[in-house]
Design a protein around this ligand. Sequence first.
Ligand SMILES: Nc1ncnc2c1ncn2[C@@H]1O[C@H](COP(=O)(O)OP(=O)(O)O)[C@@H](O)[C@H]1O
Ligand SMILES: [Mg+2]
Length: 234
Amino acid sequence: MRLSGVSKRYGRISAVLAVDLQIGPGEFVWITGRSGSGKSTLLNLIGGLETPDEGEVLIDSHPVWREGNISEHRRKLVGFVFQHHLLLPMLSARANVEVPLIGAGVHRRERARRALDLLAEVGLTDRAEHRPEELSGGERQRVAVARALVNEPRLLLADEPTGALDTATSERLLDLLFSIRERHRTTMVMVSYDPLVEKRADRIYRMLDGRLEGPLQSGAQGAPAAIVTRTPPS
Ligand SMILES: Nc1ncnc2c1ncn2[C@@H]1O[C@H](COP(=O)(O)OP(=O)(O)O)[C@@H](O)[C@H]1O
Ligand SMILES: [Mg+2]
């Protein structure tokens, strides 16, 4: 996945400014930064939920926006997990996980099978027919993770997935995301404040007023990379 010179403005605000970023298959990149620094906008640009004003987002060398098939791209390649689970309240956990498959031409029985497989993977087999209000916060996020994976995306984008969870539940959700990443070889970009993420990241970046700084350090793998930061020493 490659971003070159990507910018996005909202009126006078440059939410994302001239961002270059390249992420290889199976990598885990963590993006931190203050509220309002442009993290969600950046993730939405990567995932095709927003159009860039300038620059290009390429996945597998294909421009995400020029082909005019953004929804196809999103459905096949990208899974999203947000801070708030955004599950549909009237539907069971299983039916929520199936939602992205509706309209993808997947037969009803096959949809249910895949949803149940994923609910098993996130440890919620016995909650499959429960509605969101009958689940804990951590369980809802696990359903949201299963939903994000149901199309077998190559790229998992997580926007503050632990933001609404307590520490122990956050730790379990991160364990789950990382075991999924190992098993499925999914590339993962996570936006988070959560310091629990740091030790697991391959690369760490920071957003500051729409600009992307870094890599700040290499986390889990290899020798530390050069520290590239434009923040003046205090
Ligand atoms: N849809 C929108 N319309 C107008 N301004 C927006 C919109 N989305 C984000 N912004 C602004 O862009 C900046 C970056 O927002 P965001 O990407 O949500 O930051 P973060 O996720 O780091 O908190 C903020 O100043 C925010 O107010
Ligand atoms: Mg945000």
